[in-house]
Design a protein around this ligand. Sequence first.
Ligand SMILES: Cc1ncc(COP(=O)(O)O)c(C=O)c1O
Length: 389
Amino acid sequence: MIGGTTHSEIDFESQIDRAQTGSLKWDKYKGKDIIPFWVADMDLPSPQPVLDALHRRVDHRVFGYTLAPESATEAVTEYLANTHSFEVDPEWIVWTPGLVPALALACRAYGVKGDAVMTLTPVYYPFLTVPGFADQELQSVPLVEDSVNRTWEIDFDEMERKVTNRTRLLIISNPHNPVGKVFSREEVEKLGQFAVKHDLILCSDEIHCDLILNDKAHICAGTLSQEIVDRTIIMMSPSKTYNLAGLACAYLVIPNAKVRHQFQKVVRGIITEVNCMGYTACEAAYRHGEPWRVELIKHLNENLQLIYETVNDKWAGAKIYPMDATYLAWIDMRHLGLKNPASKFEKFGIGLSEGSQFGGEGFVRLNFGCPGSVMDEGLNRMSKALAEF
Ligand SMILES: Cc1ncc(COP(=O)(O)O)c(C=O)c1O
């Protein structure tokens, strides 16, 4: 339906058939009875105002090379100021057609062959691979499990032990994919101070920052002290929250001119501009998507509640800690003693992400951005699988 939207029109329960759309998530299991709960896009429709804006853009009929529209940049700066208390000069914004290429380019912008990149594991797997693509060393610092408080902590001592004079970049997922943690101001500040102390660039990937499921506050690295901000690049995109991954629209905020120019220098001639549909969707999502986002968070919490009840109460030995953010549940299946538990679940019709891919052997990651009925079916299938293992 094109036109205005009301809350009651937001529909997160209908199942939308994604066959024949080239869906990475669904085509992985084409022709098989496997429900995909892996890659991070949702089986939910984007907000109606975004769909309306895209329709209007299509109706214009011409799709030439597109500069970032001033109105899109303005939507971004207003959103960052109003939602994350981050006052941004439009000049600081560098648009990119996705954050994964930006992560890879950041390694090349701030380091050379033989340098090192530090990150906290388990983590979104491109963080683990991009340093190697640039012939750089990966320095993984595992998050420490706090089984009493049922959370994950940053091991600052281990960071100090691992850092070398070749370390150039510290990449963090803030909030954290896959453990679903929102870092406190104290933690983000300490990470920033670590970057200052060791003369690193702090790369704060904040793609999940509008998917906070409880009352914790996201701490944008751009709101830290000037000495930290001057060495920080903040990576953002509306794509996770508003389900726009296929439109390839993301942006970096790099406040310091020298640091920004270093990045822009390596980007030149390598990656394309964002496409016109991406800008249109981004602007509409930030300007008009909030009522939809509020409903989305409620829906995700319903699915998450079901996951907590099933995993912690019904599956002996499995566990999940309370999550603050993302629609990606990090489920501990280490009790099964299986090397690749996700591959075993596939045989029972469930397509999960393998924890080892993120540096978390024995875990599975379950994407719960789906209708409740699909969540039910997926958890039932997992229960049956566990009974057979
Ligand atoms: C932390 C993080 N960064 C980046 C991405 C992907 O970003 P993009 O689709 O813009 O390349 C994801 C996708 O799940 C992610 O979880």
